[in-house]
Design a protein around this ligand. Structure first.
Ligand code: ZN
Length: 280
């Protein structure tokens, strides 16, 4: 019999609230210590997060290996796990994109920006820089509830779209790319990234939603809710959808935002910058 069954419900609620408050205070103290340490010893502040604009002694682990039902621990082995900003939660791809946006801020001002599955680190950057965005998600709370495979938005209606690590979750990725192209204004830009294994020639996928496949997906793609993993031809996949494609390459950026690879083997150090041609 569980000890919980002996505790009256009102007391259990008080205990849970108390624990949540304790956990919040503990995290807040940890963050303060981290910032004070970096300020007192600037030479030791070897990490920098461009999302929240903080210098830090180190990034921290996201403890992905502690959730084997969701993340395949094997995919994290041998890769540095201290990649998460303790202040804003940014991981390498967010710091790479924030570094890129710092140089292209003018292009974002007063533009219609649609952000699918908004990420905390980049949301922090947008807020700090007073860039207005519209968030979209199918499951989580957002400004718009949108299905990436059937986006209920007019043609040619957005200047920028950001869509990081969503394409591996949807049933029909080609349909999703067609939809993203359709709603982007001619001359508009899509920032997109997804899990890639360069050792794979091309994409592999397993789109059936069954328990048996869940296990297989965990093994093949590293995460139970990933339906596919992309290969070395990822840029061509985007070109086939109609985009002109450039790469935002983190390996050439300030080393203090590193490590840029990780926390899993399919988290690469670049994002795609896809442009819809003016006559498109
Ligand atoms: Zn940060």
């Amino acid at each position: 019999m569980s000890i919980k069954q002996h505790i009256p419900k009102p007391m259990m609620t008080v205990l849970l609230k108390g624990y949540t408050l304790y956990a919040k205070c503990k995290k807040s103290l940890k963050i303060k210590k981290c910032l004070i340490d970096a300020k007192l010893n600037p030479s030791k502040a070897v990490c920098y997060c461009p999302c929240c604009d903080n210098r830090l002694r180190s990034f921290e682990s996201g403890y992905f290996t502690r959730m084997p039902n969701v993340y395949n621990p094997k995919r994290y082995k041998g890769i540095k796990q201290e990649v998460v900003c303790p202040i804003c939660g940014a991981i390498p791809r967010h710091r790479i994109l924030a570094t890129y946006f710092n140089k292209h801020k003018g292009e974002l001002k007063n533009k219609r920006i649609l952000y699918f599955a908004c990420e905390s680190g980049l949301w922090t950057w947008m807020k700090r820089n007073r860039i207005s965005i519209t968030t979209a998600d199918f499951f989580a709370t957002a400004n718009l509830k949108l299905d990436l495979c059937n986006i209920v938005q007019p043609d040619n209606s957005w200047d920028w779209i950001i869509c990081n690590h969503v394409l591996e979750h949807v049933d029909e990725y080609k349909q999703a790319l067609n939809e993203l192209y359709r709603i982007l204004k001619p001359g508009g830009k899509l920032i997109i990234s997804f899990p890639i294994l360069a050792s794979l020639q091309t994409i592999i996928e397993e789109t059936e939603h069954t328990e048996k496949n869940k296990k297989k997906r965990l093994e093949l793609y590293g995460q139970a809710d990933h339906l596919r993993i992309f290969g070395a031809d990822s840029k061509d996949v985007l070109i086939q959808a109609g985009f002109n494609v450039d790469i935002i390459d983190g390996s050439r950026m300030d080393k203090r935002i590193m490590p840029v690879v990780g926390p899993a083997d399919y988290d690469v150090n670049y994002l795609f910058l896809c442009k819809k041609q003016k006559g498109g």
